[in-house]
Structures are given as C-alpha cells and as structure tokens.
Write a protein that binds this ligand. Structure first.
Ligand code: SF4
Ligand code: SF4
Length: 128
C-alpha cells in the first residue's frame, strides 16, 4: 500500500505489543515503562503522549522509530474483527490501495501476531 503519512493511525493509539516488539524498542534505548503499559487484560499497548503515540514526532510529522515500529503498525490498516475476520480499517485514507494478496498476507501475519500476544498475556497472568 502507499501510506500517505496522514498521521491518523498514530493518534490515540491502542496498538498491542508483543514481547518481540518491546524487546526491539528496548534495544533502541527506550524503557518499556516509558512507551508501554499493561492493561487489565494483561496485554501491553503503546502509550500516548497527549493525543499522539509516544513515538510520534508531531513537529517532524513522522514516527521516530519507523524502522523498529511494532509489527501491528506495519500491518495496519489490516485488522481483525471480534470474530477473527480480516477487515481494512476505513479510518485509513489509503485503505483502498491494498490489493487482495496484501490483505491476505497481512491478515495471516496479524492472526499469528495476536495469537502470540494472547499467549504472552496468559503466561504473564500465570506468573506469581
Ligand atoms: S509506533 Fe510509530 S507507526 Fe506505530 S503508532 Fe506509534 S508513531 Fe505510529
Ligand atoms: S492511517 Fe493509513 S495513510 Fe494514514 S498514516 Fe496510517 S497507514 Fe498511513
């Protein structure tokens, strides 16, 4: 797809994070508690700073860690609904630029990612 960097998906983000996402960002020099929090469901999510994602630079108009961004950000605007069906978030103005193959591929990767995040949340919940 052709991202037009319209900023919409970096505003008031609730992006879920895997341990691999967190570790990658920690290797970039960030502390997990400054860029993420764990919700009551045991799932880590990106923090916001004001209306923007912690990693968004509103002056430069871009993600400060684009190359190391969470996998969920890279797969967006492909998303899964509550029944696990793939859909394209209509909030993204470039949603129509994804072809069927890209949607299928990203949908498979997103399913695997969310399964990993859920498994990690379960393990976290079992820790003393
Ligand atoms: S990590 Fe980057 S791409 Fe993802 S929501 Fe934050 S600013 Fe946007
Ligand atoms: S909403 Fe879509 S076009 Fe806008 S920054 Fe996000 S991915 Fe790019």
């Amino acid at each position: 797809m052709r991202c037009s960097h319209c900023r919409k998906c970096c505003q008031e983000t609730m992006m879920e994070l895997s341990e691999a996402d967190i570790a990658r960002l920690e290797r970039r020099g960030f502390r997990r508690d400054e860029f993420s929090y764990i919700g009551v469901d045991g799932i880590p999510r990106l923090k916001n700073a004001g209306i923007w994602c912690f990693f968004y630079d509103p002056e430069a108009g871009r993600c400060r860690e684009y190359r190391s961004r969470p996998l969920g950000c890279a797969l967006y605007p492909v998303n899964l609904d509550q029944d696990g069906e793939v859909f394209i978030d209509p909030l993204c103005p470039e949603a129509q630029s994804l072809d069927r193959k890209e949607v299928q591929l990203k949908g498979r990767r997103l399913r695997a990612l969310l399964a990993t995040i859920d498994a990690e949340a379960s393990r976290r919940g079992r820790q003393p």
